[in-house]
Design a protein around this ligand. Structure first.
Ligand SMILES: [Zn+2]
Length: 263
């Protein structure tokens, strides 16, 4: 291992240690419960959520399409169950659009919680302990992390949650996929994605743009989008630490900008 590589690994280890150390699980649990409550309240809300499929444990996975226009953005919340703001922010976006339908000039499909099993358990992985964001059928899919919290599954696309996203991409052919996450506090555009858009989202959200998440992500949704023949643009939207909630208004406004923005 060369010096550069070991320095990088040390940085990642130190960062994760510091972050894990600093998390208040008391505060996290309060936010998690709120996210679970909001997920369970979806069918009774004033938005007509539809069911796009079921999770491993047969929990409903909802979606809703808004707007009209040529371009379509797919917003996916809650890939990782231990990132509660990643579900809450997607629900808040839908609530805002329902109240302000003229705020969007293009189409958007929102899947607020793709991993309800993980959310209900408060863990990253799904009902079968697979990390959905490593289970996509990409060229770089790998069993490298099989026993860790990045378990990619026995084979690519073994998980119903992964298949639901792949089918949604096939059906809607989005121009842009935005996936909501925590806790890295940055906006990560894929290589093919408008730098201008990332900059605008950064200005509104207050989060810096970063081009490298700092570790290897085989089988991720971002890689899957890039591997499509029309190379869909992608943004990984990383919000604050899991024991904090972001300013949802800012998050919503930056997402609205992304839905409306096209170069
Ligand atoms: Zn995540």
């Amino acid at each position: 291992m060369n010096i550069k590589k070991s320095a990088l690994i040390m940085t990642i280890l130190l960062t994760s240690f510091t972050m894990a150390d600093a998390v208040s699980y008391k505060k996290y649990n309060i936010i998690l419960k709120k996210a679970v409550r909001m997920y369970h309240a979806l069918p009774a809300s004033n938005i007509k959520w539809e069911v796009i499929g079921r999770s491993n444990w047969k929990n409903r996975i909802y979606y809703k399409e808004f707007g009209s226009g040529e371009k379509l953005t797919l917003v996916i919340g809650g890939l990782h169950g231990d990132e509660p703001a990643a579900t809450i922010s997607a629900i808040k976006l839908a609530q805002y659009i329902r109240k302000n339908p003229s705020s969007i000039t293009n189409r958007v499909v929102i899947i607020p919680c793709i991993n309800p099993d993980g959310l209900i358990k408060g863990r990253r992985t799904n009902g079968r302990r697979v990390d959905i964001n490593r289970n996509f059928p990409t060229e770089n899919w790998s069993t490298e992390y099989r026993k860790k919290f990045n378990n990619p599954g026995k084979l690519p696309a073994t998980e119903p949650e992964t298949v639901i996203i792949a089918n949604a991409i096939e059906k809607y052919k989005p121009d842009l996929i935005i996936q909501m996450h925590q806790p890295f506090n940055a906006i990560y555009p894929e290589k093919n994605t408008s730098a201008e858009l990332a900059k605008v989202m950064s200005e509104i959200s207050g989060l810096p743009v970063s081009d490298d998440i700092g570790y290897h992500t085989p089988g991720s949704l971002g890689s899957y989008g890039l591997g499509m023949d029309y190379k869909v643009q992608g943004i990984t939207y990383e919000m604050c630490s899991i024991d904090y909630e972001p300013d949802y208004n800012k998050v919503t406004q930056s997402l609205i900008e992304a839905i409306n923005y096209r170069d």
